[in-house]
Design a protein around this ligand. Structure first.
Ligand SMILES: [Zn+2]
Length: 111
């Protein structure tokens, strides 16, 4: 395994330029480059639009490892896909999976 930081798992980081939350880590098990992706998951349409925008897209597995995807791999049911970060062109919110609503507090019932 070849990694730039000795770890295969991506870490959450903040872009020093635009302060966006990123996933940063090696993008493959061997011969990896450092992937820098926005930490927001893409919808199926957002994945295609990201590729049309010439962004690199990554699958994120359960161990939070980034895997670079090619356009012919987008049709698979990946659990989580993120796109390359560009400071000057943030990913539109319409491409992203909406954030989950905050959990409602458990109602307490008097007995
Ligand atoms: Zn940035």
């Amino acid at each position: 395994m070849t990694t730039s930081n000795g770890r295969r798992r991506a870490v959450v980081a903040t872009c020093p330029t635009c302060r966006e939350t990123l996933l940063v880590g090696p993008d493959a098990d061997t011969c990896a480059l450092t992937g820098k992706a926005e930490a927001r998951d893409l919808t199926t349409t957002g994945r295609l639009l990201a590729v049309c925008d010439r962004r690199t897209v990554y699958c994120v597995d359960a161990q939070v490892r980034l895997f670079r995807l090619d356009h012919w791999q987008l049709g698979r049911p990946w659990p989580r896909v993120v796109a390359e970060h560009r400071c000057s062109a943030p990913i539109p919110s319409a491409w992203c999976v909406p954030a989950a609503p905050p959990a409602r507090p458990v109602e307490q019932v008097a007995w």
